[in-house]
Design a binder for this molecule. Structure first.
Ligand code: ZN
Length: 244
C-alpha cells in the first residue's frame, strides 16, 4: 500500500469507497441509505457543534427540523480551519448525513499505510449512518445521558466494519473476535455477536430502534464487562451476571 497521498486524493479515494460500499450495504440489508457526504476537517469546532446540536435536539425534539440547516451552515463556515481533536480518523454527523475525515497528514498516513484500513473506516462510518437511518434522532443523540447507547452504537458500527460487511473488502482476511479496535468498541461488538447468536441476523436491523429493550434483556457478560467503561457497567448495574 502507498505511504503518502495528497489531501485531495485522499478525499477522492474516500468518496470512491462510499460510492462502492453504499450499494453493497443497501443490497445486503435491504435498506436505502440515500446520499452520504464526505468532507475533510482539521478542526475541533465540528465535533463540538455536532455535540451541541445533538444535545439540543435531544432536549427539544421539535428543533430537529431546523438544526440540520444550522448544522450545515456551521460546518460550511468551519471547513478546513482549526484542528481535529485527538487521532480519530473520522466521525459521522447525522444532521447532514456526513462523514468527516480527519485531514491531518499523520492520520491520513496511518490510514493509507494499512491494507483495508480506509475501507474499514468508511464501512464503520456507514454503519453509524445505517444506525441513524434505522433508529432516527431519538436513538442517536443521548450518548451523554445513556452510556449504554454509546456501547450499542459503536458496537453496531464495529460489527458492521469487522463482521457483517467484511467480506466486501479487497483483502478478505477475517479478523479474530478478540481484536475489535478500542476496548469499548470491542465490548459493544461482542454484544452484537451475542444478539446474532441468540436471535439470528435479523436482530441487527432491530438494534438501532430496540437497543434499550435488547440491552435490558441481555445483561453484560464476561469480556463485555471487562472492556466497558465504568459508567456503562454502572448503567447495567443489577443485571450483571457474575461469571468465574
Ligand atoms: Zn464509531
Amino acid at each position: 500500500m502507498q505511504k503518502t497521498i495528497s489531501r485531495p486524493d485522499y478525499m477522492k479515494l474516500a468518496q470512491e469507497k462510499v460510492e462502492l460500499y453504499v450499494p453493497k450495504i443497501e443490497e445486503r440489508v435491504g435498506i436505502e441509505l440515500g446520499d452520504v457526504n464526505v468532507r475533510g476537517t482539521l478542526h475541533s469546532i465540528v465535533p463540538l457543534a455536532n455535540h451541541g446540536i445533538s444535545l439540543l435536539i435531544h432536549e427539544v425534539p421539535s428543533s430537529a427540523v431546523l438544526m440540520p440547516v444550522l448544522a450545515q451552515l456551521i460546518y460550511t463556515l468551519t471547513a478546513y480551519r482549526g484542528f481535529f481533536p485527538g487521532e480519530d480518523p473520522a466521525f459521522y454527523v447525522p444532521h447532514n448525513h456526513t462523514i468527516y475525515l480527519n485531514m491531518r497528514k499523520k492520520v491520513i498516513e496511518s490510514i493509507i499505510m494499512e491494507e483495508n484500513s480506509l475501507d474499514e473506516l468508511i464501512v464503520h462510518e456507514l454503519g453509524h449512518h445505517l444506525w441513524f437511518k434505522l433508529g432516527g434522532y431519538h436513538n442517536y443523540l443521548s450518548h451523554e445521558k445513556e452510556p449504554r447507547e454509546k456501547l450499542m452504537i459503536e458496537g453496531f458500527a464495529t460489527y458492521c466494519e469487522y463482521i457483517w460487511f467484511s467480506d466486501f473488502y479487497p483483502d478478505k482476511r477475517k479478523r479474530p473476535l478478540n481484536s475489535f479496535g478500542n476496548p469499548n468498541y470491542h465490548a459493544g461488538a461482542l454484544r452484537m455477536v451475542r444478539f446474532v447468536q441468540e436471535q439470528g441476523d435479523d436482530v441487527l436491523l432491530r438494534v438501532p430502534r430496540e437497543w434499550r429493550e435488547l440491552g435490558r434483556a441481555t445483561p453484560l457478560l464476561g469480556e463485555e464487562i471487562m472492556f466497558s467503561t465504568r459508567a456503562q457497567v454502572e448503567a447495567f448495574e443489577g443485571q450483571i451476571i457474575a461469571t468465574d
